[in-house]
Design a protein around this ligand. Sequence first.
Ligand SMILES: Nc1ncnc2c1ncn2[C@@H]1O[C@H](COP(=O)(O)OP(=O)(O)OP(=O)(O)O)[C@@H](O)[C@H]1O
Ligand SMILES: [Mg+2]
Length: 368
Amino acid sequence: MGGGVGTSYTSGMASLSLGDVEKIYPGGAHAVRGCSLEIADGEFLVLVGPSGCGKSTLLRMIAGLEDITSGTISIGKRVVNAVQPKDRDIAMVFQNYALYPHKTARGNLEFALKLRKIPRAERQRRIMEAARQLDIEELLDRRPGQMSGGQQQRVALGRALVRNPAVFLFDEPLSNLDAKLRHRTRGELKELHRRVATTSVYVTHDQEEAMTLGDRVVVMKDGLIQQVGPPLDVYRRPANLFVATFIGAPAMNLFEGSVDASGTSFQGACGIIIPLSEAAAKTAAGRSITLGIRPQHLEPAANGIDLTVRICEPLGDETDVMLDGPGGSNFTARLKLDAVPAPGSSMTLGPRPGGLHLFDTATGERLV
Ligand SMILES: Nc1ncnc2c1ncn2[C@@H]1O[C@H](COP(=O)(O)OP(=O)(O)OP(=O)(O)O)[C@@H](O)[C@H]1O
Ligand SMILES: [Mg+2]
């Protein structure tokens, strides 16, 4: 091999920066609104949100597959607004593997390298290395039609990996896999990122995937960023009602109400009463508030709320219990129980200390 092979074709790594990026499609759909993000070199960032919130549009703008209406996108120090996709040094992996059906796995991996005029020996070296990392060595001579969905997706990952790009972009790459394979591939992706540490932006509508994969998650809704942070920060301190119900499963219980006249407890419109800390009561006094409790943060409490079991969903270790409360209110609790309670039986539950979230009902913003 000539001097420099193995280094001269590597791009190294890059940070990624989005400055006030907007996208209005020709038809008028305002898909992305004022998005600003700084993605660190080597970071794994996950964009998560419901269908239609603009995730794919944002990713495709980073890739250069979609024009931006306004704003700037930079990879490393270079503004790439006007740079062709092929010159952006990124590799993208899609949900539908988009492999060339008439090429073998090896042919699929090799194609992009040939386009980039990478010499044969270096191509072979990269293909074998990627194949080893993804455990697809025995598939190299098969065509996509001769592989399972999971195997095809590994080859699609391999095709991105051999490019050794500055940035990986993933658009729901695991969505076509069955639950078990999705879980396994998710773990492998995380492990792969730990090894190659290439800056990655990953799109999913699955909050669990976002939580488990991301160094940070970006929660989006209607083209707007709702919150950015490490998964556990977002889980523990959701910035607004949308994030509170979107992140975490089962969804957070929410109750509208206000601080009672004595200024010490939450009085729900449905009639539930829950004590508040002094600080929380002070912040929330005089406003319409929505109180949130995660199903995981309800527990048996002697002086809690009297509830009636409606249905139970045993999960093994834990049971999701749906309950009816005062004034037609509904509760979901995830409990560790020895036996599954019968519908109609009573339970008295209260929030665990620190398990309360308060939001301004009018704006949806977090209060404490
Ligand atoms: N080519 C297009 N022309 C016009 N509108 C579009 C186009 N592509 C997407 N949109 C609209 O832009 C918005 C965002 O779409 P986008 O595909 O980015 O959503 P998404 O978050 O990726 O959703 P999903 O989870 O369903 O893939 C949607 O309202 C969509 O209808
Ligand atoms: Mg999409």
